[in-house]
Design a protein. Structure first.
Lengths: 400, 342
């Protein structure tokens, strides 16, 4: 009798276990207790200023684990240094995928680094999710179904400036300053496309600079001499600050568009001079922690409290820490949607199935939307004009 | 595998037959181990050891120039880059098979190295170091130059397709590339060993130690120095081409000035003027940064610095020198206990 009971119990347990197994689906890196996620980031080397992004993400996952994880699973976030060197990225990503057996790679940073692993990830069918670069090529589900970007891509942003110009200043004579690399050229391409069939007529002069140039002073003088009345600055923070200051100092007052990359009040506008920055137009999607208009905003207060608790050594003036916080939240949403099906295929399916998802530290009204044919999570931005103290948002949220 | 060519360059003090035989047996055993390695470890490790082999070729090339000939180069990353780009461009734009790109990469670098060696003749010591460093610093930007962008792909670089194993061999591309690289390593090291053990090697060392005396003995110092530059660049270029094929991607960001410095670190850690040192140095530059990163994310380079200081302090003649010393001591003890050998 006892034996029969035992066998019966055993059978029942077996059935229960098998149904449980049937419901749950795991690829390498996922289990009942854990989700293993890989990341590469430049903790050292020329781009080490971005290292704080992965640090804030690490801190965010820790805070999620402290609350019990996702569906009972803790996140094991393995972030490795690639020093912004593509060969190192290849090595580290192979270690993550083949040795550590992570479920997927999240937020690997840098356009050249991600290019180096692009084919590898897709050949291996391991998600390369929400890469930390704004290049346009990451949203190509047809050829690279395992790769997805996150932030608004450069072309979309430039497109919107062009559209604004065509509507509000159709006779503009435009000067363009851009960084001579893929990032700068991506913007220029988007801008040309946005101007439709008349970029040649509207753009009077385009001048580039190299990342290694000491200043862009001579470029600004050249652009001013072209007689343009509109300026589009496609530059990283240091050069953007120089361009703003130089244009002001030589007495040139064009209508100026500043790319989002350099919209930080603390990192760009203060060094350039706040009074010299009045009237600049940019496109925003994140709340800038150095912009006083968010001082009493409750999501930003939560962010600040979170920073103090989980990432106290981080700089609360650096919007890269808001960026890391926001993109980590997006990932958590994807993992929640995955439920108990933590296969690599389902990760991509759910990442491509975000519907009107809101992240509190993004600008009000901006929503994240993806679909099997749309691998660009954030495609909305809002234009803002600098009033000498803060970015004043105007118009509607633009983009899809 | 690191010991694959251990002791190759060292000239044993007593040319006893048994010592030579033992050396040959040891070498053969290590070579067998190196061949077996890719079938014993994961493909990620195979990839890492493949990089070690590639770095070993670079370090041998650099050691010929800096270790044996005394010309300091902080610019070998540039030759490595040229080799890599030659391979990538030939494969991408001309449809060449990967193996055919190696001789072209080597020859191109030989020409560049020889030409660079001409003005370098006038420079000594620190000045030469700075001149070569200028080359390393300039290289990433030269690769981005607008008018050759059509070939180099500008900042985007060039993505290469990974070659499959030929002849229907049932091994993975990683294993195949490792074995292919190992074969090249054997060829390059035998060539390097032949070059250095005889008349040429002695001439190089003589120029390093006493240029005037060397000239007095009839060594054409200028010719030797420029040729050495060329040969050194050739080794580096072949390694660069292999590196491009294994990484499957070249971009200017891959070849920063830091790479050249790493190579110099490699030969100093491995052992100046030592052939086997190339392997120790290659292991160091491949693995120590990873250890450092594992120990601290906040300051990986500080940890790396500690490793570097420790090595330099504990092994002032490089790992190869340390191993040689240990070996000689062991043999010394052996001689006393062995009555047949006096």
């Amino acid at each position: 009798m006892k034996k029969i009971l035992l066998v019966g119990l055993g059978l029942m347990a077996g059935v229960a276990a098998s149904t449980a197994v049937a419901e749950k689906k795991y690829d390498p890196g996922a289990s009942d207790t854990e989700i293993k996620i890989g990341n590469t980031n430049p903790y050292s080397g020329p781009a080490s200023a971005y290292g704080t992004i992965a640090r804030s993400e690490t801190a965010y996952f820790k805070s999620i684990n402290d609350q019990g994880g996702i569906n009972g699973r803790k996140i094991d976030f393995i972030s490795l240094d690639d020093a912004y060197s593509p060969p190192k990225t290849v090595e580290q990503v192979r270690r993550l995928v083949e040795q550590e057996e992570v479920l997927f790679i999240f937020q690997s940073l840098g356009t050249p680094s991600n290019t180096a692993i692009h084919k590898y990830m897709n050949a291996r069918k391991v998600p390369q999710l929400f890469v930390a670069t704004g290049a346009t090529k990451w949203g190509d589900p047809q050829n690279f179904p395992w790769t997805m970007g996150w932030q608004p891509n450069y072309q979309t942003e430039a497109h919107l400036y062009a559209k604004y110009l065509l509507e509000n200043k159709p006779g503009a004579r435009i000067a363009v300053l851009y960084q001579n690399d893929d990032y700068g050229k991506d913007y220029v391409k988007g801008f040309h496309d946005g101007l439709g069939n008349q970029p040649g007529r509207l753009i009077t002069k385009e001048v580039s600079y190299e990342v290694t140039d000491p200043t862009v002073d001579s470029q600004i003088v050249t652009l001013q001499a072209s007689g343009a009345d509109t300026l589009f600055i496609i530059a990283t923070p240091k050069f953007a600050a120089q361009a703003i200051r130089k244009a002001y100092d030589v007495g040139w007052r064009p209508m100026t568009f500043l790319n989002n990359v350099s919209s930080s009040v603390a990192a760009v506008l203060q060094p350039a001079g706040l009074e010299k920055s009045v009237g600049l137009i940019t496109a925003l999607y994140l709340k800038d922690p150095t912009d006083p208009q968010w001082d009493n905003d409750s999501p930003m207060k939560n962010w600040l409290a979170w920073m103090k608790k989980y990432y106290p050594e981080g700089d609360v003036r650096d919007f890269n820490n808001v960026y890391g916080y926001a993109v980590a939240q997006t990932l958590i949403q994807v993992l929640k949607q995955c439920g108990d099906d933590l296969s690599r295929q389902n990760i991509m399916t759910q990442a491509a199935n975000l519907k009107n998802f809101e992240v509190s530290v993004l600008l009000p009204g901006i929503r994240i939307n993806t679909s099997p044919t749309d691998f660009y999570p954030i495609e909305q931005v809002q234009l803002a004009r600098f009033d000498g103290k803060r970015w004043v948002l105007f118009g509607e949220v633009l983009g899809k | 595998m690191s010991e694959g060519v251990k002791g190759k360059g060292e000239r044993s003090c007593d040319a006893g037959l048994s010592a030579r035989v033992w050396k040959a047996i040891g070498l053969a055993a290590l070579l067998c181990a190196a061949v077996a390695l890719p079938f014993l470890v994961s493909s990620y490790r195979v990839f890492q050891f493949n990089m070690v082999l590639i770095y070993a070729i670079v370090l041998l090339g650099l050691n010929i120039l800096t270790g044996y000939n005394g010309q300091i180069s902080l610019g070998h990353g540039a030759f490595y880059a040229i080799g890599a780009y030659v391979a990538a461009i030939l494969m991408e734009h001309m449809g060449w098979p990967y193996w055919a790109t190696l001789p072209v990469a080597g020859l191109t670098c030989f020409v560049f190295g020889f030409l660079f060696g001409l003005p370098a003749l006038r420079l000594r010591g620190h000045y030469l170091a700075l001149a070569t460093f200028a080359l390393a610093v300039a290289m990433p930007q030269i690769l981005k130059y607008k008018h050759i962008e059509h070939w180099t792909g500008g900042v985007q670089g060039i993505v290469i397709i990974k070659p499959e194993a030929p002849f229907g061999l049932k091994i993975t591309p990683d294993q195949w590339l490792y074995l292919f690289t190992l074969a090249i390593v054997v060829v390059m090291f035998v060539a390097g060993w032949n070059l250095l053990r005889g008349r040429v090697g002695r001439a190089l060392v003589a120029i390093r130690d006493h240029p005037i005396a060397a000239e007095a003995m009839g060594v054409n110092s200028a010719l030797y120095k420029t040729l050495t530059f060329g040969v050194s660049a050739l080794f580096t270029g072949v390694a660069g081409a292999l590196g491009a094929i294994v990484i499957q991607f070249v971009a200017p960001d891959s070849f920063t000035a830091g790479l050249s410095i790493n190579f110099l670190i490699g030969i100093v850690i491995g052992g100046i003027a030592s052939i086997s040192g190339a392997f120790y140095g290659a292991l160091f530059i491949q693995f120590v940064p990873n250890f450092a990163d594992q120990i601290s994310k906040a300051a990986p380079w500080a940890i790396y610095g500690v490793f570097l200081l420790t090595f330099v302090y504990l092994m002032p003649t490089g790992v190869a020198g340390f191993v040689r010393l240990a070996w000689m001591r062991m043999r010394g003890i052996g001689r006393i206990s062995d009555p047949h050998r006096v």
